[in-house]
Design a protein around this ligand. Structure first.
Ligand code: 5FU
Length: 258
C-alpha cells in the first residue's frame, strides 16, 4: 500500500525549487485546486483570475488562445497572482528538439520563460528536450511538468511510454517538478507533484474526446495531488462559489487520506 506523506513533508523532498514552492503553497493556503482558464479574451481571463484567485494554488493558461494578447496582460496576471498567492502554469506542451524548444520557451511573442512558473513538456522527442529548458528555467526557478498520461479518449501516453516518462522525470530531478497524469503509479516519487486534468462534478466527457472524473475519485482512488478544472468552473455563472466547491472536495479528500 502507498503511504501518504503530507504536502508539507514533500516540500522538503522536492528537488526542483518550484515543486517545493507549490507543496508549501498548497499546505499553507489549504488548496490543491488548479483552474484551467481557457478564455480567449484577456479581460475575461483576468476577471476570472481575480474572482477565483483566493481558491486556487495554480492558474493554468493556454496563452496562444488569447485573441487580444499583449504584454500588459502578463503584468496584470502577475500582479493578481501575487495578490492572491497562486502560481502560473502555461500548458504549452512543448514537444520539439532541444534547440527549438529553447527558442519556443524564451523567444517569440510570448517569451514564456519570463513569466511562467511551470510549463508542460511531452517526452516524445526523448530526454534531450530537457536540455532546451535549462537556461530558461534558471530565470525564475521554474519547473517542468512531463506529460505521463492524458485525459483524452485514445491517448497514446500509456504503458511503456508512461513508464519511460516517469524515468525521464526521475533522471532530471532539478528541472522536472512533476507529472501530468491520471493516477499515481508506484514509480512516481514523493518529490514530484502529480497534477490531473479531466475533472468535473457533473459530466463524464465532451464531444471532442475529453473524459472527466470527480475530484474525490482522482484524489482518493487515483491518489494524485492536484485537480485541474476548466469548464466546470469558468463556464459556471458563479465561478467563485463553484471553485470553492471543487476546492473543498479536493482538499477534504486529500486530508481524509491521513
Ligand atoms: F495534459 C492534459 C490532458 O491530458 N488533458 C487536458 O484536458 C491537459 N489538459 C488541459 O486541461 C486542456 O488543455 C484544458 O486546458 C484543461 C481541461 O479543461 P476542461 O475544460 O476541464 O476539460
Amino acid at each position: 500500500p502507498i503511504i501518504n506523506k503530507s504536502f508539507e513533508e514533500r516540500a522538503k523532498l522536492a528537488t526542483n525549487p518550484m515543486a517545493s514552492k507549490l507543496f508549501n503553497l498548497m499546505s499553507t493556503k489549504k488548496t490543491n485546486l488548479a483552474v484551467a482558464a481557457d478564455l480567449t479574451d484577456k479581460q475575461q481571463l483576468l476577471d476570472l483570475a481575480e474572482s477565483i484567485g483566493s481558491e486556487i494554488c495554480v492558474l493554468k493558461t493556454h496563452v496562444d488562445i488569447i485573441d487580444n494578447y499583449d504584454e500588459e496582460f502578463i503584468k496584470s496576471l502577475k500582479s493578481i497572482a501575487i495578490k492572491h498567492n497562486f502560481l502560473i502554469f502555461e500548458d504549452r506542451k512543448f514537444a520539439d528538439i532541444g534547440n527549438t524548444v529553447k527558442y519556443q520557451f524564451e523567444n517569440g511573442v510570448y517569451k514564456i520563460s519570463k513569466w511562467a512558473d511551470m510549463v508542460t513538456v511531452h517526452g516524445v522527442a526523448g530526454s534531450s528536450i530537457i536540455d532546451g529548458f535549462k537556461s530558461g528555467l534558471k530565470e525564475n526557478g521554474s519547473g517542468l511538468l512531463l506529460l505521463a498520461q492524458m485525459s483524452s479518449k485514445g491517448s497514446m501516453c500509456v504503458g511503456d511510454y508512461t513508464t519511460q516518462i516517469i524515468e525521464m522525470a526521475n533522471n532530471n530531478k532539478e528541472e522536472v517538478m512533476g507529472l501530468i497524469c491520471q493516477e499515481r503509479l508506484p514509480s512516481m516519487t514523493d518529490a514530484l507533484v502529480l497534477m490531473t486534468p479531466g475533472v468535473q462534478f457533473n459530466s463524464t466527457g465532451d464531444a471532442m474526446g475529453q473524459q472527466y472524473n470527480t475530484p474525490e475519485y482522482i484524489i482518493k482512488e487515483k491518489n494524485t495531488d492536484v485537480i485541474i478544472v476548466g469548464r466546470g468552473i469558468y463556464q459556471n455563472n458563479d465561478p467563485k462559489s463553484v471553485a470553492n466547491k471543487y476546492r473543498t472536495a479536493a482538499w477534504e479528500t486529500y486530508k481524509s487520506k491521513f
